[in-house]
Design a protein around this ligand. Structure first.
Ligand code: NDP
Length: 500
């Protein structure tokens, strides 16, 4: 290159002024992909039908309080029809269909979920209030993965359970909550269908829309009519289903209170039951933990899905020497959480699922203040309409406080300290629940020692809220019994004849 080609700089370098405002510009996901109907029927016998009850109820967007659609409310007579459709399908096709054929239907559903994942994710965020980045990156991939995973087992049940003859149970009644509406439907449906059972599913009252869209997918996948039936409604619909004498197996995810009611309802009936209930998980940070990584894990543990997570790390136990450092970093991190429009791709914390749940969170938070705990909330402006709660930390918490004992199911973290690993175990286990726990330390031996002593169904080490269809999930004590996920998740849907 000759000197002649080098242009002399004629303009002096300009200093770059920093932006006046470092906040993110809005990045809303379009809702055009979702085609809402004004009114939804019940999905029974392969068709959407009008409810015999003649009743419908509105389902709303909790971020705006706008009505999205009217949804059928199934009465006892509708549940009868759905159970009869499931029984017919079980007797006439599904029970005796070769596993390799059943698998094809499950693969079809899985592929449809993957192909239509954006539509499902947007609808999930509209109806439930969770941030789109969570519906898109967690709920949808995992829901599809559950169908893929269990499709793989449908023709291999004899290998999964060697030396016994695995047979389906019959008709399953499944009742699911509002925190992961589609994912919970996938957790329930996929193993039941792979094992050869037929199903009547009841989604939560506040979040029926993705289950109904799944009904459309099931229809398009040509699943034999009646293999899956979806009855929408409130608690009374759930009770009509779980107490129905045409049901062989009940699977429930929700509150411990309703779980106990169902257990009483089914006592002595011979109906098989699995319960996945509440939690009050301890997330335990030791002095030697990588603190910045632990802060991220703590934030993910409690603010993921607004804390509407049964396995949320809602009690933080910190080893005393790092308490101040961790608290400072947590407060700093909370300032950066973006609370607001669930459909904005930058949102970290979305809307609270319902007015009722918001009232419950407020009441428990007030009790924390009244009982003497110290509250911290970052500066954040909450939208005027819809249901919102700012991310909240409590320090000066004692084990007897309600906020340390009761499941808040919201973005609220109670922080306690400990001095020895034994004290951490004692405090972590000091709860009627036993669903999950987290350990943050660099010592592998300590992880193993702790994991053995913690009475929790899932123990995460140096991570939190990790899910995989191959991994069993479930609780001890008031968190319920039975496992979902993995081979363990197939067992409740099978009779294992000849098992010693
Ligand atoms: P519920 O336990 O009432 O709801 C879970 C599901 O059960 C819903 O589909 C619900 O219907 C249905 N249901 C309600 N009553 C009955 C009944 N008697 N028989 C059969 N099914 C029934 O939870 P909530 O929505 O009332 O939430 C209350 C609290 O429960 C939360 O604050 C949280 O602490 C906890 N919870 C825990 C969950 C978990 O995953 N462990 C999930 C959800 C809540 P409907 O929605 O129509 O009422």
């Amino acid at each position: 290159m000759s000197d002649a080609t080098i242009e002399p700089t004629t303009r002096p370098a300009q200093p770059v002024a920093p932006p006046a405002d470092w906040t993110y510009a809005p990045a809303p996901e379009s809702t055009d992909i979702v085609r809402l109907e004004d009114r939804y029927g019940l999905f029974i016998g392969g068709d959407f039908v009008e409810p015999k009850s003649g009743k419908h109820f509105p389902t709303i967007n909790p971020a705006t309080e706008d009505t999205l659609a009217e949804v059928a409310e199934a009465g006892a007579e509708d549940v009868d029809v759905a159970v009869a459709a499931a029984r017919d399908a079980y007797d006439s096709t599904w029970r005796d269909m070769p596993g390799s054929e059943r698998a094809k239907y499950l693969f079809r559903i899985a592929r449809q979920l993957a192909e239509r994942s954006r539509e499902f994710a947007v609808l999930e965020s509209m109806n439930g209030g969770k941030p789109i980045k969570e519906s898109r990156d967690v709920d949808l991939p995992l829901a599809a993965a559950h169908f893929f995973y269990y499709a793989g087992w449908a023709d291999k049940l004899e290998y999964a359970f060697p030396h016994v003859v695995p047979k389906p149970i019959g008709v399953a009644g499944q009742v699911i909550p509002w925190n992961f509406p589609l994912l919970m439907a996938a957790w329930k449906l996929a193993p039941a269908l792979a094992a050869g059972n037929t199903v009547v599913l009841k989604p939560a009252e506040t979040t029926p829309l993705t289950a109904l869209l799944l009904g459309q997918v099931i229809q398009e996948a040509d699943l034999p009519p009646g293999v899956v039936n979806i009855v929408t409604g409130a608690g009374a619909t759930g009770a009509a289903l779980t107490g129905h004498d045409g049901i062989d197996k009940v699977a429930f995810t929700g509150s411990t209170e309703v779980g106990k009611t169902i257990q009483r309802q089914l006592a002595g009936s011979g109906t098989r039951l699995t319960l996945e209930l509440g939690g009050k998980a301890a997330n335990i940070v030791f002095e030697d933990a990588p603190i910045d990584q632990a802060v991220e894990g703590v934030v993910n543990g409690i603010f993921f899905n607004q804390g509407h997570v049964c396995c949320a790390g809602s009690r933080l136990l910190v080893e005393e020497p790092v308490f101040e450092e961790l608290l400072d970093k947590l407060k700093e991190r909370l300032q950066t959480l973006r609370v607001g429009d669930p459909l904005d791709k930058n949102t970290d914390v979305g809307a609270i699922n319902s007015k009722q749940q918001l009232t419950k969170i407020r009441e428990l938070v007030d009790s924390g203040v009244d009982e003497g705990a110290e509250i911290y909330q970052p500066d954040c402006v909450l939208p005027d309409r819809g249901f919102w709660f700012a991310p909240t930390l409590f320090t000066n918490v004692s084990q007897s406080h309600r906020i340390a004992r009761e499941e808040i199911f919201g973005p609220v973290l109670s922080i306690l300290t400990f001095r020895t690993p034994e004290e951490a175990v004692e405090k972590a286990n000091n709860t009627p629940y036993g669903l999950s726990a987290g350990i943050w330390t660099e010592k592998g031996s300590r992880i193993l020692w702790m994991a053995e002593k913690l009475r929790a169904g899932v123990v995460w080490a140096n991570t939190f809220n990790r899910f995989d269809p191959t991994s069993p999930f479930g609780g001890y004590k008031e968190s319920g019994f039975g496992r979902e996920g993995g081979l363990h998740g197939l067992e409740p849907y099978l009779q294992l004849e000849g098992r010693p």
